[in-house]
Ligand binder design. Sequence first.
Ligand SMILES: *Cc1c(COP(=O)(O)O)cnc(C)c1O
Length: 385
Amino acid sequence: MSEALYSSWIEISRSAYRKNIEFFKGRLNAGTELAVVIKANAYGHGMVEIAHFADECGIRVFCVHSIDEALTLRKHGFTQRIVVVGPTIKRMAKAAVENDIEVLCCDPEYLHNYDNIAKSLGKTVNIHLKIETGTNRQGIAGQALIAFLEELKKCTNVRLRAVYSHFANIEDTTDHSYARFQIERFKREISYIREAGFSGFDMHFASSAAATIYNNTHFNMVRLGIAQYGLWPSKETYLSYIIEHGHGPEHILAPVLSWKTVIGQVKTIKAGDFVGYGCSHQMTRDSNIAIIPIGYSDGYDRKLSNQGYVLVHGKRAPVIGRIAMNLTTIDVTDIPDVKAEDEVVLIGEQGDQIIRAEQVAALAGTINYEVVARLSDRIPKVVVD
Ligand SMILES: *Cc1c(COP(=O)(O)O)cnc(C)c1O
């Protein structure tokens, strides 16, 4: 058990992280790069801390959403390849080139901007060209792609480092016909790129779900997000794994993150008393309640009001009343001897109980991705083995 240095903290497990990465390394075809996606503060786990874990595991490529995240990693001394998969505004292009950040690019205007900047700095910029295959977010295909390639040929200081795409419907279903359709479109667009005279570029498509289920989606690189943190993309992905492999996973993914806090105050209230804003909960018996110093501003979803539960002394204590900005109330009537500063687990293990991000997500009407990604950056991170 760790010491409560803070009133609320996130523990991240180095050994759990390593196990997950080793599992995926074992699944990749030879020559396929395992890139880790550490956007959104590494899905709430702490971007810099997780980048150190990944570095220790020999990871050579980081994917982030924004140039700001990429620059933060450089500032912390990471020399890995960094790929920005979200848009980079023009006024940040110079910072990207100067810091050898690889960028998404699929617009001729941005392309020429990069080329001009790279020329003026005597550098080459590596771009990742995103192909529209049916997700209809970022990316181009067809005539727009042909036109882009014509412009790319004129750029002396831009290198087509990779061509990539993203699945629309792989986590949410066990029917992967749409994913197969997207792969076919991807391959067709790739053939246009080859016909236009380009070669030597990498290709990447798979995020966690595809990386886990189908080796034929791996190409030269896999962009592993949620699974590195020991969370399955969905139940459907878990089921698809079993369908595809004929057995369950050899390695049960190990959740990397636990979120803990301590009790601020314990008190006794009477049957009939109300709890919290809106008087949304009324006690039916004389009760012991405890106040914990976390709330929706920390990322504890307000939808968990009167729905969630936490662990105290290895037992479940229900959340009662509304979750406030920084405070939440729990009912500890049936848990003996609870006192101020006792440890409370919001996500993770205590005694022989565990609260998974998936359980919190189900109670809040969302997915595990959102539960962890919305944990506030200001919650301190504690590295544990
Ligand atoms: C977030 C993201 C991923 C990672 O997805 P997971 O399902 O978490 O593995 C991969 N690729 C892109 C482009 C992303 O934005």
